[in-house]
Design a protein around this ligand. Structure first.
Ligand SMILES: Nc1ncnc2c1ncn2[C@@H]1O[C@H](COP(=O)(O)OP(=O)(O)OP(=O)(O)O)[C@@H](O)[C@H]1O
Ligand SMILES: [Mg+2]
Length: 450
């Protein structure tokens, strides 16, 4: 229509110019006019093109605006845009729903007037006055009273020149966050409880294994002591008979034979020795078990593992050292939190085990090294003995596992040591080495004094 109008108009113009006024013009003037008219035509068609371009751009802009509006409308968090003076420029439907006030009434109002009275002091910060991102917990005025407590994040807004132009506020009810936090907290507590239960179960299982082991280990010596006592009781009967017959005037040689006194006297020695050995074994087991004192966390103190390891090495060397060379390589700052006595016991056991292991070697040597690094203190006890056979490596920490002869080891040493290390928040491990065995006690280093 516009095009046809244009053509009509320009046609009429040509007609007018050619029809009346051009009649009096000469040839040059006519050409000039025609030129002007052609230019005008050109400008006009350019204008038309710009108009259609503009219309297309407009349509695109409207589409983009509709898209942004629909996104803002479907955001469930509240969204409020304010200018640098704290005047509300835009709100989203979530904010309208929260306050129960129409967008038309909210836009143009000062943010401070829309906050609950107690929170009005926050208005300047919320309008981005500080120029920094900030978080606030505020309540908004609603049509009836005030909203739930909202966690509002404020992002400052800058204009095209980078100047402070206000802020964008987004937020959601704290209740929701709190519920999520509480659910997380509950899950965390449940997890901790499950973990405690597991540790408890593990402790019970290990106690069960210990008790079964103790029962088994004690049963052996007790049963042969018991058997021996029965035999001794029978022998007592025979001796009583023999002495009574002797007192009645019988022939001593005859009576000795009748009452089988000679084999009885021969048997008496081994019987008593066996019983004594059984009793010693029982007392060894009990002594080892008594060492196993479970500590209260309260009685811990600073322990210098370097000093303890040195003492333990001297101690063990006195008991089992023999001709074994012992090298000690200590260090400063090997402080841990714990019970000196228990840690001493752990190290004595590790070093005694090493001495036992090298007993058959031609050039027996044991090396004790103390190191403190990365918040841990490590004591390594290495020997040049036969090492721990792979087949038993996972059994050596079990109670009563021993490869030593009866009377030489109860098999409780490593088990007790391991329990003590665990109670101190550390561990004992067998470290692979090319020759011999290397046991490592690792404990957390004591932190600096507060
Ligand atoms: N340094 C070592 N080299 C080789 N084997 C070792 C070494 N230390 C421990 N073992 C093995 O681990 C087993 C268990 O050691 P543990 O200290 O628990 O008991 P034990 O020394 O046999 O007896 P106890 O310490 O109760 O007197 C030992 O019998 C031995 O077989
Ligand atoms: Mg031992």
């Amino acid at each position: 229509m516009a095009e046809r109008d244009g053509k009509d108009r320009s046609g009429r113009l040509i007609e007018q110019v050619t029809g009346s006024e051009l009649a009096g013009l000469d040839g040059a003037g006519e050409a000039l006019w025609l030129d002007v008219i052609a230019k005008m035509d050109e400008v006009y068609s350019d204008l038309l093109r710009y108009e259609t371009d503009l219309e297309a751009k407009n349509a695109e802009l409207e589409e983009a605006q509709a898209f942004i509006s629909s996104v803002i409308a479907s955001v469930s968090d509240i969204l409020v845009v304010v200018d640098a003076d704290g005047t509300i420029l835009q709100v989203n439907p979530a904010f309208v729903r929260l306050t129960g006030i129409s967008a038309a009434d909210l836009v143009g109002a000062k943010l401070a007037t829309r906050l609950a009275p107690a929170d009005r002091a926050a208005a300047t910060d919320l309008a981005g006055g500080s120029g920094e991102f900030s978080d606030r917990e505020v309540r908004f005025l609603t049509a009836e009273a005030v909203s739930d407590l909202m966690a509002v994040a404020c992002s400052p807004r800058l204009d095209h020149a980078g100047r402070h132009a206000g802020a964008v506020l987004t937020g959601r009810p704290i209740g929701e966050l709190r519920r999520a936090y509480e659910a997380l907290h509950r899950a965390h507590q449940e997890l901790q409880q499950a973990q405690r239960k597991l540790i408890e179960q593990e402790k019970m299982a290990s106690l069960g294994r210990l008790v079964a082991g103790v029962a088994h280990e004690l049963n052996n010596p007790i049963s042969f002591v018991y058997g021996n006592i029965h035999t001794l009781d029978r022998y007592r009967g025979r001796l009583t008979g023999f002495f009574e017959a002797l007192a009645a005037g019988g022939d001593p040689n005859e009576l000795r034979r009748t009452w089988r006194i000679d084999p009885l006297m021969e048997d008496l020695g081994p019987l008593l020795e066996g019983s004594l050995e059984g009793a010693v074994r029982v007392s060894d087991i009990v002594r080892n078990l008594r060492r196993l004192s479970f500590s209260k966390p309260g009685d811990r103190m600073a322990v210098d593992l370097d000093k303890v390891a040195r003492n333990a090495a001297n101690w063990a060397a006195r008991a089992k050292g023999g001709g074994t060379r012992i090298d000690f390589d200590g260090c400063d700052g090997a402080l841990v939190d714990g019970h000196e006595g228990q840690l001493h016991q752990v190290l004595v056991n590790l070093i005694e085990n090493a001495f036992d292991a090298v007993a058959g070697e031609r050039d027996p040597a044991v090396a004790v090294t103390v190191e403190a690094a990365d918040g841990m203190v490590e004591v390594r006890v290495q020997d040049n003995g036969p090492g721990v056979a792979p087949a038993v490596a996972d059994k050596i920490f079990e109670p009563f596992f021993t490869t030593k002869a009866v009377g030489e080891g109860t098999g409780l040493g490593l088990w007790i040591s391991y329990s003590i290390a665990r109670e101190h928040g550390g561990e004992i491990a067998l470290r692979p080495v090319p020759h011999g065995a290397c046991f490592v006690l690792r404990l957390p280093q004591r932190g600096p004094e507060p």
